[in-house]
Unconditional design. Structure first.
Length: 310
């Protein structure tokens, strides 16, 4: 692991991605200097950095950061506010409780759920775990969340015999709502948890090595023929121009899915994607697609950035 001084310098001078990963690493190292640098990073111009700095201070149980985290609860970005709420829940105490209580009636689903989870933890009702950020379904959509947008036409995964019926074949069509699709996935794999988003769902999928990979399901798009499709993808790395050729060369080797580019909060990322015809979806096919993309995405993420971020 990098030395604290090097990470602190990276937190101050790197690009947004380097600053974000430095914040996360400092949260694992700790110490007064790391704590001070992370508190300063709560004022960073980039919301990703603020989010990871808040997360790190929560892991460090930094009571010095209580007031600053409370101020973050008032910002406009739902992910920053949620991260600040989760950090306050980790730190605990009456001051943290006081800061969180106004969010019980918050209109934004992600922020409200994060605050309620944090308050339960402070009250001793919620165990501390590595998966609290991805609880089962939120009941309502967030009104301000930023959705990832597919900015490159990604290749569909191969349609395997016996799992996806042919578009022109006589097989009976199974019409499922998005909620039923996600529930079918969880029914087949109870270790997957989900969170509802405006145009789809964010799934947290266990992979090898005790890690998790986030897989997104997006509904409402159509293919080149106008047929409704479900887009399934997992982020693997920031989309840097020096890696474009790498991605294009790798795509022909995939027997399932392809690398495309997605946009999240005005930043572009490489993602491993697969596309299924909505009319032909069945529980086995979509659960398999989610599971395979999670496993392959985790491997590609480790190879490309050597970190477990997504």
């Amino acid at each position: 692991m990098a030395r604290p001084d090097a990470l602190i310098e990276q937190l101050k001078t790197g690009d947004y991605y380097s600053r974000s990963t430095a914040a996360r690493a400092l949260g694992q190292i700790g110490g007064d200097k790391a704590e001070e640098a992370l508190m300063e990073a709560l004022g960073d111009k980039d919301d990703w950095v603020k989010e990871y700095a808040a997360e790190a201070l929560g892991k460090l149980r930094s009571r010095r950061a209580l007031a600053s985290l409370g101020e973050l609860l008032k910002t406009g970005n739902y992910k920053v506010r949620s991260s600040a709420a989760e950090a306050l829940g980790r730190i605990g105490g009456e001051e943290a409780r006081r800061l969180l209580e106004p969010l019980v009636d918050e209109s934004d689903t992600w922020v409200r759920e994060a605050a309620l989870t944090a308050l339960r933890r402070i009250s001793g009702e919620e165990p501390l775990s590595g998966s609290e950020k991805f609880s089962p379904a939120a009941k309502a959509d967030s009104g301000i969340e930023t959705e990832p947008e597919l900015s490159v036409s990604e290749a569909a995964g191969e349609q395997e015999q016996g799992e996806l019926s042919s578009r022109c074949g006589p097989a009976a069509r199974i019409s499922l709502t998005p909620e039923e699709v996600v529930q079918a996935i969880i029914d087949r794999n109870a270790s997957i948890t989900q969170r509802k988003m405006r145009s789809g769902y964010l799934l947290r999928v266990p992979v090898s090595g005790g890690r998790f990979q986030k897989v997104r399901l997006k509904f409402g798009a159509t293919d080149e023929d106008g047929s409704p499709i479900v887009q399934i993808f997992t982020v693997i790395a920031p989309a840097k121009s020096e890696h474009y050729q790498w991605a294009l060369k790798l795509n022909p080797a995939f027997s399932y899915g392809a690398i495309g580019i997605v946009k999240i909060d005005d930043k572009e990322f490489f993602a491993l994607t697969n596309t299924l015809l909505e009319e032909n979806i069945d529980a086995a096919a979509i659960e398999k697609s989610v599971r395979i993309l999670a496993e392959k995405g985790d491997v590609l993420e480790q190879k490309l950035i050597r970190k477990d971020v997504w």
